[in-house]
Design a protein around this ligand. Sequence first.
Ligand SMILES: C[S@@+](CC[C@H](N)C(=O)[O-])C[C@H]1O[C@@H](n2cnc3c(N)ncnc32)[C@H](O)[C@@H]1O
Length: 237
Amino acid sequence: MQRTDQWPGPADVAYFEEAQAGAWGDMLRGFLRFASVPVRGRLLDVGTGPGLLPRLALAGGAAIAVGVDDSLPMLRRAQELAAEELEAPGVVGSVPDNCVPAVPAWLCADGGRLPFAAGAFDAVTATNLLFLLPDPAVGFAELARVARRGGIVAVLNPTDVMSQAAAERFADQRGLDGFARFSFVNYGRLAEAHHRLSTAAWMALAQRAGLHHVRSETRAGGLVAFVRGVAGGGIGE
Ligand SMILES: C[S@@+](CC[C@H](N)C(=O)[O-])C[C@H]1O[C@@H](n2cnc3c(N)ncnc32)[C@H](O)[C@@H]1O
């Protein structure tokens, strides 16, 4: 268990591993259902941290799941956890043409300048990344660029009403304690120091990035926004 007397920053490996193993992991499971990643699809998760989302996507039937982060220590831990949980040691020998092995890949890159061709993925996700970037609109456009026409782009971010005080109120109402309370309050604290937009404003950014059929859901009493859209004028819904 992490110390709860110091506030972790957005790139603390042990902290995010513990968060993803606990209540935050349940939030990511709900987000993945909301995102509706195509079965046997190619998923890119940007700002993946210790990589829970790609592991969940692969366990749920995605063909390929790539996790990007600008922190190499995060990716090293993501790789270890995937090796432990997915037991996906790789493939030896020939693979039938129609069989894509379900293995994750981890790449160190800036989410604002992704090293992929346009349209390379069927689904692109980013949870708690855009709000940290200098310009969330630029980051959103980059996510949309690497999704194929008709592919899904889905993001999760704090809303404009998220704050340390709001997170404390929510934690009190729900009876959160220990690490669950500490990490949610820390989330509110981090949100205050970065971009907090209303759900409507996150949806507007999705539309500016060229997504259509944009829809949203909120969680945690309106403090967290899920936003999803379809890339490139396709009919992917
Ligand atoms: C708040 S954590 C969220 C981790 C994970 N997505 C989740 O929801 O549990 C933000 C993650 O984004 C990464 N990150 C921050 N800025 C980034 C950037 N410009 N490009 C890529 N990754 C970045 C951090 O290293 C960290 O792993």
